[in-house]
Design a protein around this ligand. Structure first.
Ligand SMILES: NC(=O)C1=CN([C@@H]2O[C@H](COP(=O)(O)OP(=O)(O)OC[C@H]3O[C@@H](n4cnc5c(N)ncnc54)[C@H](O)[C@@H]3O)[C@@H](O)[C@H]2O)[C@@H](O)CC1
Ligand SMILES: [K+]
Length: 512
């Protein structure tokens, strides 16, 4: 799904209102309809005469809540709407919705933390969170508001947020002070980064995008730099398989991986590469572990390279170049170790190889203090797959808490593609486009999981996918395989090996 910034949302709203003459109150009514319908649909599954507490801020997000309160009251629910803030600060549209609410026989009540109100909130089946939307501009600090949000988060009611969970910064996914943890979020027109990225993802619950009547001509005019990765995206970018293709057609992947102590990483990466569709997988490993790797490889083709003390030595260079330069994509790094000769080898390969390179794990660590090697590759395709620690080691700055922006800044500066791994993995291009993944679970946070991803990624690159497509599809399929493994085996017991076994089912789930 394409993702809009708050500036783009404001511009869409402005153009709809000023140029298309759509009254802003009409947009607000449509937004409220989305929220009310989501609540009613949910309650169908929980029969009984239900009560709802609707918390409204003073901005237009509050206006959405006030209008939704009227629609819910009309449907027969017992509704109380609370204004959190002062009436004087309310926007004109929110005030208009307050009049409409009172015409319907419900008064907007000033929220105060007293026992009677809390009792009503406690027996509500539903809480509507319309405190802040995309207009949240500073951290929530007011103690009464913070206490209210904590109350909402402790309650057993179904929490439905209008547009975005209040407290989440729409353009980053950061939590500003504190935030509502919603079960459902109904967002308007287009999703925002905060629904998918960082802690915002945890606060969003199930996301639904609701059309509030902004003309599609206006929406289509925008240039959206960020999108979430879903099955449709992956289906659209996977390299097509030629019916008359042979193994050369589907690409040769070359992997440089492993060391004494890390015999699993090369095998996991190579198996994952073979499972993801490329024609040939060649695996260069230190000769000390060759016998072990060879014993575990069937489709991938392992071969030994000179090593010293169990890690690649400088003497391996020629042997790597001979095979790697003729391949379609190269993966460097899983389990290679950090000895100086191995690190030198990886940097020298980066300098000398012209083919697309995925740099993972110790391949990334080898750039610590040598980032100029990456800069020299500008113009060639380099995809880095760091987790936060590796990212920091090579100069990435996550201190702002804005992961998408931090990744973008790094990719732009160094002319590379970046897969910043984590709870919601972010993929960025040097041109500033970004993808945010939607699959995956905590069962994947185990040693070896990254090796599987790196193998999948180099396999897709070798098949001819562009770097963004290959990285986007790899992270989604990897997360999907992880979700399927968790379903069958639990997040506790699943292993990266189990994920490789579910790569086929991950492909099947996008119905290619
Ligand atoms: N025409 C439009 O613009 C539409 C807007 N809609 C809704 O309007 C929302 C945006 O409305 P607004 O721009 O009025 O913004 P919000 O309603 O999100 O919040 C802005 C208000 O909160 C205050 N505020 C910001 N941060 C605060 C903090 N930390 N502590 C206390 N107060 C704080 C601001 O001073 C302002 O009064 C959207 O998210 C959406 O829900 C929808 O009604 C659809 C149409
Ligand atoms: K909200």
């Amino acid at each position: 799904m394409l993702i809009a910034t708050t500036a783009q949302m404001k511009e869409l709203d402005r153009a709809a209102i000023e140029e298309w003459k759509i009254p802003s109150t009409e947009l607000m009514e449509r937004a409220a309809e989305g929220v009310a319908q989501a609540v009613l649909k949910e309650l169908k599954e929980r029969p009984g005469k239900s009560a709802a507490s609707v918390f409204c801020g003073t901005g237009n997000n509050g206006g959405d809540g006030i209008a939704a309160a009227r629609l819910l009251a009309r449907s027969g629910m017992q509704v109380r709407a609370f204004l959190v803030g002062s009436y004087e600060k309310m926007t004109e549209d929110a005030k208009e919705m307050t009049r409409r609410l009172s015409d319907a026989g419900v008064n907007l009540e000033q929220w105060r933390p007293d026992a009677e109100l809390y009792q009503f909130v406690r027996r509500s089946q539903v809480i509507v969170d319309a405190l802040f939307g995309v207009g949240l501009s500073r951290p929530i600090q007011d103690p009464a508001l913070t206490a209210l949000i904590e109350r909402i988060n402790r309650s057993e009611a179904l929490v439905v947020s209008a547009d975005i969970a209040s407290g989440v910064e729409a353009d980053t996914g950061r939590i500003l002070g504190t935030a509502v943890r919603a079960d459902r979020t109904i967002t308007f027109t287009m999703p925002k980064i905060g629904h998918f990225a960082g802690d915002g993802k945890l606060c969003t619950g199930r996301l639904q995008v609701w059309d509030i009547g902004i003309p599609s001509e206006l929406v289509r005019q925008g240039t959206y730099l960020t999108q979430s990765i879903d099955a449709d995206y992956v289906r659209g970018v996977l390299p097509r398989r030629k019916p008359d293709g042979h193994k050369g057609t589907f690409g040769k992947a070359y992997l440089l991986a492993g060391s004494v102590g890390y015999t699993g990483a090369p095998v996991l990466a190579a198996r994952a590469a073979a499972r993801t569709g490329c024609g040939l997988v060649t695996l260069g490993v230190p000769e000390s572990i060759y016998a072990i790797a060879a014993g575990k490889c069937e489709e991938p083709m392992p071969y030994p390279l000179p090593d010293t003390k169990g890690q690649f030595s400088k003497k391996a260079l020629q042997g790597v170049l001979e095979r790697a330069s003729g391949s379609d994509a190269v993966l460097i790094g899983p389990g290679v170790g950090r000895a100086s000769e191995a690190a030198w080898l990886m940097r020298t390969l980066l300098d000398q190889l012209g083919v697309p390179v995925v740099l993972d794990a110790d391949g990334i660590n080898a750039l610590e203090g040598h980032i100029d090697v990456l800069d020299r590759r500008k113009g060639k395709v380099t995809v880095l797959t760091p987790h936060d620690g590796e990212f920091a080691r090579i100069g990435g700055d996550l201190s702002s808490g804005d992961r998408v922006d931090a990744a973008r800044e790094f990719a732009r500066r160094h002319g590379c593609y970046l897969v910043l791994k984590g709870h919601a993995t972010v993929v960025v291009s040097p041109a500033g486009t970004a993808l945010i993944n939607t699959t995956g679970n905590s069962g994947m946070a185990k040693g070896g999981s990254g090796d599987v991803l790196a193998g999948m990624l180099v396999s897709l690159l070798a098949q001819g996918a562009g770097p963004m497509a290959a990285a986007g599809a790899a992270v989604w399929l990897h997360g999907r395989a992880g979700d399927l493994a968790a379903q069958a085996l639990t997040e506790y017991a699943m292993t990266p090996q189990d994920m490789i076994g579910r790569i086929p089912a991950a492909f099947q789930s996008i119905r290619i």
